[in-house]
Design a protein around this ligand. Structure first.
Ligand code: TRP
Length: 455
């Protein structure tokens, strides 16, 4: 009977361990690197509003569904889906959801690692005083020179993959719990400090206005898709990261409460990152829409001019690397757990295999910033294409199918007993959001982007 046994991979030692690990997965480059740059590219306030609505109406309910499926299945997402479908007498094809998730995880990690490599390199640059006193122009040149060197990017990408695989091969529980407990609060405090710096740039109110004043003329359906896709990306939803972490969750823990905590912390970090970046952008006459390099072209200006900038700059990039690290682990865990379950591999061997594949695909992203930046498909570089495909198509689709499975296929008896929300209003709210609102919202956005309907 699903739900009664214990995961063969071990379990979290407490509710906090799960909250920390899942927060570690959620808070990452998505919050600090991606959220500001896509907000900048998509006009600010209206985009942020769509993102926040997506978190509340789609992200949180689906996150509860994903944790629930994991805890009921207790195996890697592929085997969890197979087991749950079988137990309810449904088609074994549901396991394809797990497969799609594994593929999506590889694809995301392949470029995620390249960007995490940028953060590694910037840690060294900050520590060696490269930013001290530098103006916006110099900072921009440092960035452009850096990304035009394929070897430099490849080296840092390789280092980050190795770092990730070392942790994954030891199992996600031990080291991770301790690291996240210390580093997440540190990252948070540092962001508060940086908001303090941003307040003194003289452009704080402009930055905040950009972030929170919605001007709907600036956003179209594609922007709405990007905002919605980012809600999945930032909460680690739709590919099995949260499902596999849910499978290590002991039985007596409230899924709803933990989900709210995780989503709340994640959103707060993203909004704070925005409140740091945009004032610096406007105070230095930079372009809000300058793309993936945005934080690397703005934050060093702050570190170059603030008191203790060498120390705080170094610390910031170290913490950013850690945030990326704890996310990267969760991207590859579904694949590694499956290799261990079905191929009788040791975790170590499984990590090497998974790491090598990811590293190899990552070379495409490395080159898309330099040698191959003129190779375009649909007007996008390899990196842009991979990002668009995963964040805006595969994750919402994965989430949609999870939502359908959790509410249309799985018996309500199962979800009632797993979620422990009672059978009243709270449960109904979750149920109807996941059964109707989230799937319809995802479909409406998809259909509008491909112009099949016009809403
Ligand atoms: N949420 C992480 C971030 O914002 C990235 C991440 C980890 C992720 N696991 C995921 C994104 C699973 C999508 C799916 O940086």
């Amino acid at each position: 009977m699903p739900g009664n046994d214990v995961s063969i991979h071990g379990e979290w030692s407490s509710r906090w361990a799960f909250v920390l690990a899942a927060t570690g997965s959620a808070v990452g480059l998505g919050n600090i690197w991606k959220f500001p740059y896509i907000t900048g590219e998509n006009g600010g306030g209206a985009f942020v509003l769509v993102y926040l609505i997506s978190i509340g109406l789609i992200g949180i309910p689906i996150m509860m569904a994903e944790v629930m499926l994991g805890r009921r299945g207790r195996l890697s997402p592929i085997n969890t889906m197979r087991k749950l479908a079988k137990a309810g007498g449904h088609s074994r094809h549901w396991q394809w959801l797990g497969w799609a998730g594994v593929l999506t995880g590889f694809l995301i990690l392949s470029y995620y690692s390249v960007i995490a490599g940028w953060a590694l390199s910037y840690t060294v640059r900050a520590a060696t005083g490269e930013f001290t006193g530098a103006d916006a122009g110099t900072i921009k040149n440092i960035f452009t020179d850096f990304i035009s060197s394929p070897l430099a990017l490849l080296g840092w990408h390789t280092l980050f993959i190795v770092m990730t695989m070392v942790i994954v091969s030891r199992g996600v529980r031990g080291g991770l719990e301790k690291a996240v407990k210390l580093l997440m609060p540190a990252l948070f405090i540092l962001l508060v400090l940086l908001v303090g710096f941003a307040i003194n740039t003289g452009a704080f109110s402009r930055g905040v206005e950009f972030l929170f004043y919605p001007d709907f003329a600036r956003i179209g359906w594609n922007g709405i898709l990007i905002a919605m896709g980012h809600a999945f990306f930032t909460l680690s939803l739709g590919m099995g990261s949260i499902m596999v972490y849910g499978s290590y969750l002991p039985k007596n823990i409230s899924i709803a409460k933990t989900t709210f905590l995780i989503a709340g912390a994640d959103t707060l970090v993203a909004l704070m990152a925005g409140m740091v970046i945009f004032p610096i952008v406007f105070a230095n006459d930079l372009q809000a829409g300058s793309g993936p390099g945005l934080i690397f072209q703005t934050l060093p200006i702050a570190f170059g001019h603030m008191w203790g900038g060498l120390f705080f700059g170094t610390l910031f990039f170290i913490l950013l690397v850690f945030a990326a690290w704890t996310s990267a682990i969760s991207l590859i865990e579904p694949a590694v757990a499956w290799l261990v379950e079905n191929h009788n591999m040791t975790r170590r061997k499984a990590s090497v295999v998974a790491g090598f594949v990811t590293w190899f695909v990552g070379i495409g992203t490395v080159l898309s910033f330099n040698l191959a930046d003129n190779i375009r498909l649909f007007g996008k570089t390899f990196f842009d294409l991979l990002d668009y495909l995963t964040a805006n198509i595969l994750l919402p689709l994965g989430g949609l199918i999870m939502a359908i499975f959790a509410t249309w296929v799985l018996s309500t008896k199962s979800s009632v007993s797993e979620l422990e929300l009672g059978e009243g209003l709270k449960y109904s709210l979750w149920f109807y959001l996941v059964k109707f609102v989230a799937p319809i919202a995802v479909l409406v956005v998809f259909l509008n982007v491909i112009n099949v309907i016009n809403l």
